[in-house]
Design a protein around this ligand. Sequence first.
Ligand code: SIN
Length: 303
Amino acid sequence: MSLEVRLCGVRLRNPTVLAAGVLGTSPHILKRVYDAGAGAVTTKSIGPREREGHPNPVVVEFECGLLNAVGLPSPPLEESVENLRRAVKLVKGSVIASIYGETAADFRHVASLVSEAEPAMVELNISCPNVEGRIPALNPAESAKIVGAVRDVVKQPLIVKLSPTDTFTIKEVARAVVDAGADVIAAVNTMPAMVIDVDFGRPVLSNRRGGMSGAALRPIAVRCVYDIYEEVADANVPIIGIGGVSSGRDALEMMMAGASAVGVGTAVLKGLDVFKRILAEMEEFLEKRCLSLAEVVGMAHGR
Ligand code: SIN
């Protein structure tokens, strides 16, 4: 059975996408993840200037997921673009370039260089919870301004990654970015959270606060995807659903909420076989029910 999907004309051999930030730092690792079965791979977010990120510890596991506050570390921009160029050559499939900036002008500058490296799509990370200042994705006008700033310098389909932090405004933000020129929405980034070490009486992460991913994020992400689908389905804007997906049923749930493709992040840390497992489980389910993948997308919206 074919699990191929198309996002704005870009062919993915299957609907699983390595989410940004996870294993996306080097061309060889991106290739390994693609070879392990992912339908597309996303780079770690590329920034406008060299940046150290936060000191260790930057990751902590808890019962139902993971918290990270890596702090968007980035090599100098030229080096990141060169790495992207190499990844595009090495990976025999779709590479998505994730980018971030502090201002709309930063985003425009990074986007124009990254677009020239010919990734399949460009993803705007406007939703990282781990850096100083506000999360642009919490404000529809600010989000639209960033999308508007990059639109004419990006030749590829433009993905905008939203935040689950305020689930009540996510529809407005989705509408704003689509009106400003976004082609695809990725939902969602991690959820602001904290883990405290009770023995030491201090937060575990050096940044104190972090972004939560993994199983605990999944129902929040499903709700966000469901809401966004209600808002943008009429505009034919595909959604990449991200948050705690680690099985075929999780992926199908995300698609029933309205996602056309599914990001896999935290689960890859337990082994790259996760992609093949998800796909085999999806296939088994679809065959048993005599359903195509397309029929599943948005199914949960039926009455
Ligand atoms: C980080 O580098 O702290 C995580 C990036 C993100 O969540 O967007």
